[in-house]
Design a protein around this ligand. Sequence first.
Ligand code: IPM
Ligand code: MN
Length: 355
Amino acid sequence: MKLNIAVLAGDGIGPEIMQQAIKVVNVVCEKKGHEVKYTEAVTGAAAIDAVGDPYPDSTHKICMEADAVLFGAIGHPRFDNDPTAKVRPEQGLLRMRKQLGLYANIRPVETFPSLLHKSPLRKDLVEGADFICIRELTGGIYFGDKGRSDNGNTAYDTCVYTREEIERILKLGFEYAMKRNKKLTVVDKANVLETSRLWRQTAQEIAKQYPEVDTQYMFVDNAAMQLIQWPKNFDVMVTENMFGDILTDEASVITGSLGLLPSASIGLHTSVFEPIHGSYPQAAGKDIANPIAMVLSAALMFEYAFNLKEEAEMIRKAVAASLEQNYVTEDIDKTNPKKTSEVGSWLADYIKKNF
Ligand code: IPM
Ligand code: MN
């Protein structure tokens, strides 16, 4: 198969972890006889510096023409503490999501047995936890009208959802539930927000088409609590953009390190695969960041963008082996940490030798 991949490494640790994912993708492709072509494009602060735009048209064109996008991370501290900055790296990510129509962000949360001791939760609570968060990604408060009035002294962000936007993401949620353990948790704040009431109403209607699915409705504050109280209760969770942003960060640490979780963003055009963590600027250039979330994002790419499940499985097995053998970066083992590049090479070698 021919794989045409757009590579948007972005900022901070993005380029370093991307290199490791590419090592791994290369060896998988060699093994399986796939021809792979990478096209690099700028995004984030790096793109602001280069061309004054965090998601320039040239980058969008490359993404549209590719079969899949591997995305590193974006963000830079010089923007975080400057609320007056007009152009921000994050706008690039949001524009990419909107322009590629990436309405669904899928974040699988799985625990690795060899890392249970790293979880902030008790072992018996996390052991065997395995769920998927589906976050709506192109609507809600992230994209509604925003601005200032009253000479800058009043600010507003508007949360808007159409029935159509809600339906397509909920249907995806129900479909995932059907493929898994047939349990769907719809997270909202329907006791307060009108958009949430439309979500709940729509979910109740769609649920009739999925009588086998056990559909639960949960307020977001309660969901935040239940995620840490009893994570094994969840199978598929579906929610709106900002609730999903917050809950998936919470969910990610349950597994022991934020550096492990990949995500897939899918929608109308090319799908994007990216770690759920940020650009970790403190670690940039030091060869210390955990590349696993990026590498597992490449596994999701094989599965979702190319329907190549064996290739995805090779990567997942290599990752599980590196964790079992404690060949890991400092976020997991401070006493004998390996470098980002060492972990990447180890994973590529493992695949070369074992498959
Ligand atoms: C994420 C990030 C982004 C978001 C930021 C960087 C805009 O936190 O992908 O979860 O809020 O969606
Ligand atoms: Mn986030």
